[in-house]
Design a protein around this ligand. Sequence first.
Ligand code: SF4
Length: 344
Amino acid sequence: MDLDNHLLYIDITNKCNLNCEFCMYKEERRKNPLGLKLNTLAKINISNILNHPKTERLIISGEGEPFNNLSSIFDILKLSKGNKKIQIISNGLWLVSKKSNSILDRLNSLKVEKNDEYQIRISCDTFHIDKIGENNYKKIIGNILNYNKNIRKIEICFRGILEEKEKILVMIKNKFLNKGDNIEFKEISELEVDVIINSNIKLNFIFKNLIDLENIKKQNSLNKYIDSLENIYHKPFTLGHLKKDNNGMDITIKPNGDLYFYGAEIYPIFNILEDNITIKKLERIIENNLILKQLYSTSFNKLIKSLKKYKPFEKIINSINNPYWVVKKMYSFNKNKFEDLIKC
Ligand code: SF4
């Protein structure tokens, strides 16, 4: 298996300034609020992974709001040796604060110094918009457009829910942009739309399906989501970091420093605060683990056919619409059965 284009995804906090009722990390945050603080070993480990030539992208996110842990954002960004694609995922509320321009300026000067590409991705769905408030959301978009008015300094894009795609685009046009502006929608794929303002400013929107862990709102929504991804990438969907070229490892670090392969494992492989970690070590783990190897290299649709032979797994597959959560649920329900069916 030739792995390339790795993704390093770091959740730097589980604390959040919104505390949404619908948040899937609400309980964990209440019981054990955490913020990642990098020690020397963690800095070496992150630098090893981030600056490896096969690492394609770094995403800084949270099981909460990453801008609540601003010092760690900058500690991580400073580790780049340049020419990296870096995305920070946020609920966007900090963009209405008085400090927003100075934070954007600091990010912009570090980006220029390192010669990296930065993108900030803001949640854009009716749940977050309701929680933030429409007036604040309008201010967020206004501040973004104003900050990038003369020259685009920091790229900001939006992430919505696939089931709300039309509704959100209409809302953006009618509620959050200026009435006199000429707005066009340019469909990039089923999951991506560019909103073009006055023929020259572009706001990019990515839509993903809403994770449904409870019941079947729409039959076959897992299949439909996988079909959309396969149409975009022109190849079968597998776990790992899906790319048009070779797929890479999907390396996730949690606020306590635990490192996982996203979706493929429910237990941590290493902890960045305590273990020495290199890309080579991680690649070796996948090579020597038949289950991980299967999940990373075999079409997910094919694996699902085999896993459905066991009735409780069939129920899980039919009731959850996200491939990563499907794997997690089956694995925690019956690890041995899961491994037996994956192997054959
Ligand atoms: S903004 Fe996101 S992370 Fe924060 S509470 Fe809401 S859903 Fe959770």
